[in-house]
Design a protein. Structure first.
Length: 351
């Protein structure tokens, strides 16, 4: 129960409840104090009041901005995540935390779908929203109930509003790689050495962003290795420096690059994203992305006979499940491992 006492010519209402800080407010009339206390107690009972703040006073926008300000100081927010949070602020920002329920989540997904957003994109936005809500619950002690995203997920899948990314199995053929590289080499004004970058992407199995970040200072001439700084990782990117070998053509390609910059390939990731599809379009090559070159590189390592743990050193993957989605081994390639062998001579897994 709230205690309401007269202090001078005013009335002070105070509410104490286990697990909450004391909530106090002063009014000019006793009836106003009683009304306020009754409402706050009802909100506490419903789990919609904490630390002097009602959930209906906090919007999704305010919560995300608090997250960006406080968490961003300690863990920089990546480009994809920042874009998703911005989208949530724009199209869900006015919704209060008290209103953020299963129906609100589904309504947001429908509106994003109508805007042209795919199921994978919407699912990613909800993943980031869930992260913000969990931080609000655990760090800021807001009395949030079960995640509305979790509650809505089954219906979101049923309605086709969210989905998982499809595993790509597109690998460039040697002829396609040669054609693309020749197309760039024939461009007299082409300043970016795209043919070297394309072949390096395959030989090193690096992401576009990693290629642009590797530095001359991190090359080990003796071991023929390079350090990839802040390599992408599901749990911790910042400080995740990995030393990887530059196998095969990768080493020779690096050695012939000019040394006028700290970076070996001093270009922007967006440049690759712009130039590569331009070449594919000009050559009539369909459904091929620059990132597919990394897939190709990983697959070639397996085809060359490297073991899982050896390939993981190059690709940076920490377990087989992660590595598997980037590996497109072809069924026919297994025959090439034992050319000319009969069925009886081919080694098979033991029963």
């Amino acid at each position: 129960m709230a205690s309401i006492i007269k202090v001078g010519d005013k009335w002070r209402a105070q509410i104490r409840r286990k697990g909450h800080a004391a909530i106090t407010r002063t009014f000019t009339k006793k009836t106003l104090a009683e009304k306020w206390a009754h409402q706050v107690e009802a909100d506490l009972e419903a789990g919609e009041f904490s630390d002097g703040r009602r959930l209906n006073d906090i919007t999704v926008r305010k919560l995300i901005e608090q997250y960006e300000e406080e968490i961003g100081k300690h863990r920089p927010i990546g480009r994809s995540k920042a874009g998703a949070l911005d989208m949530l602020k724009r199209h869900l920002g006015t919704t209060s935390l008290a209103q953020l329920n299963e129906a609100a989540v589904i309504d947001y997904a429908k509106r994003r779908s109508a805007m042209g957003a795919g199921g994978v994109t919407v699912a990613m936005e909800f993943t980031y929203l869930d992260g913000v809500l969990e931080m609000a619950r655990s760090l800021w002690k807001l009395p949030l109930r079960e995640s509305p995203v979790k509650a809505a997920r089954k219906n979101l899948r049923f309605l086709g509003l969210i989905g998982k990314s499809r595993r790509r199995d597109r690998r460039p053929t040697p002829d396609e790689v040669d054609a693309i590289c020749n197309w760039f080499d024939d461009k007299a004004r082409q300043r970016v050495p795209m043919s070297d970058i394309i072949r390096f992407a395959i030989a090193s199995a690096m992401r576009a962003g990693e290629i642009t970040r590797i530095r001359w200072a991190d090359i080990d001439e003796t071991d023929r290795t390079v350090v990839i700084r802040d390599r992408k990782d599901p749990s911790e990117k910042i400080g995740n420096h990995q030393t990887v070998p530059l196998l095969g053509d990768a080493w020779d390609i690096v050695q012939r690059q000019p040394r006028g910059s700290d970076c070996i390939f001093p270009y922007k990731e967006a440049t690759f994203s712009s130039l590569f599809p331009r070449a594919c379009a000009a050559l009539g090559i369909e459904d091929l992305r620059f990132h597919d070159l990394r897939h190709e590189g990983v697959s070639r390592l397996f085809e060359a006979g490297y073991r899982i743990e050896q390939v993981a050193i190059v690709s940076g993957h920490r377990d087989w499940k992660q590595l598997q989605r980037y590996t497109q081994l072809r069924a026919r390639d297994l025959h090439a491992m034992f050319p000319g062998a009969t069925a009886d001579e081919c080694p098979l897994p033991s029963a």
